[in-house]
Write a protein that binds this ligand. Structure first.
Ligand SMILES: *Cc1c(COP(=O)(O)O)cnc(C)c1O
Ligand code: SF4
Length: 334
């Protein structure tokens, strides 16, 4: 196992504190001109720019079309009003929220909103308008929420989500996981997180202990949209997770100008496999207000999956899915 200390000089919390949080600084660091890129301070007021340094370092300076930059830069396109785009495109608020911070849409699985924020702000995020303030729980409230899980024997999997659940401290995660593991009908723990991609230092010894220190098998679904996000430091973080027996899957969002080319998606799958991660889902964009310019039509998504299938073994082709409010699961498109 790679010792943690060899990997990282700066810890993840200090990387969070020093994250770039305005577009002007972001572009200045990358030697780019704000006007040329359509940077919009107005869009950034609606949903702030947030880019930690380890991610910033993977963006090519001087390249206005960098696929990583496109994911994090607030532009004027976000302020355009487009029909069909809403604040809650997947129907998460309202009926699916059983109690604050608990979303139960699909059979057998319950999703806990553990943290009301992320380490990075992805411009296309379907939760960019999510009312996190109304879904913040104290430790006591979490323990009560888990009573709901304990009372429902149909639940076999608890999904920690957010925001990014790995913003929660290791000790608190360990306590939560131990409480979940004490519920006999829960078999699996799943973590949906982008943090190990954004700040690989997040994969601390304490985190590995928290996630794997109980009887529950742990599945981690990371979120990467482009092979360039997966540098050597991310590969090392994945290796540490695998050595701790965490099952690794990836979900991506199909994004215009970022990854809507067959070669880009093939490269992503190849790179994921190289670092021990299986492609799981490729999501069609959720129609969230401000993200219309990232949309890729469904027919183009299907053609891309077909193209991938001609070049890759089946296990490296993700499932193309879309989330529709009121459905019993993700809708499989291809
Ligand atoms: C996506 C999602 C899940 C998990 O779905 P899988 O198809 O099992 O990956 C569970 N709950 C909610 C609310 C979700 O959005
Ligand atoms: S990490 Fe995930 S939840 Fe957080 S902003 Fe990005 S897409 Fe949204």
């Amino acid at each position: 196992m790679i010792p943690q200390t060899e990997l990282h000089i700066c810890d993840w919390r200090s990387e969070l504190r020093h994250a770039v949080s305005d577009g002007e600084t972001l572009l200045a660091r990358l030697q780019l001109n704000p006007e040329q890129l359509g940077y919009s301070a107005l869009a950034a007021r609606d949903f702030p720019v947030l880019v930690p340094r380890p991610y910033l370092q993977r963006i090519t300076p001087g390249d206005p079309d960098d696929p990583l930059l496109r994911q994090v830069l607030a532009t004027g396109q976000e302020t355009l009003v487009e029909p069909g785009y809403s604040d809650d495109p997947v129907g998460e608020t309202g009926a699916t929220i059983q109690r604050p911070g608990v979303i139960q849409k699909y059979r057998g699985r319950v999703l806990l909103i553990l943290a009301g924020g992320c380490a990075i702000n992805c411009r296309y995020c379907f939760r960019r308008h999510f009312p996190y303030q109304e879904n913040r729980n104290s430790r006591q409230e979490w323990l009560q929420a888990l009573e709901h899980v304990a009372a429902d024997t149909s639940i076999t999997e608890v999904i920690l989500s957010g925001g990014d659940p790995l913003l929660v401290a290791d000790a608190a995660l360990a306590e939560l996981v131990a409480t979940i593991a004490a519920i006999p009908h829960v078999r699996r723990l799943r973590v949906h997180t982008r943090l190990p991609v954004v700040i690989p230092q997040r994969v601390t010894d304490g985190l590995l202990q928290a996630l794997t220190g109980s009887r529950l098998r742990c599945v981690m679904v990371i979120h990467s949209n482009h092979a360039r996000e997966l540098d050597a430091s991310v590969a090392q973080a994945m290796q540490r997770l695998r050595e701790a027996d965490v099952e690794l899957l990836n979900q991506s969002v199909l994004l215009a100008g970022v990854n809507n080319h067959a070669a880009t998606l093939v490269n992503l799958s190849e790179r994921l496999f190289e670092i021990g991660v299986r492609p799981y889902y490729l999501h069609l964009l959720d129609k969230v207000r401000g993200a219309a310019h990232f949309d890729v039509p469904q027919a183009e998504g299907i053609a891309l999956i077909d193209a991938m299938a001609t070049e890759l073994p089946g296990y490296l082709v993700p499932r193309l899915v879309h989330e529709e409010a009121g459905q019993p699961g993700k809708t499989r498109i291809a």
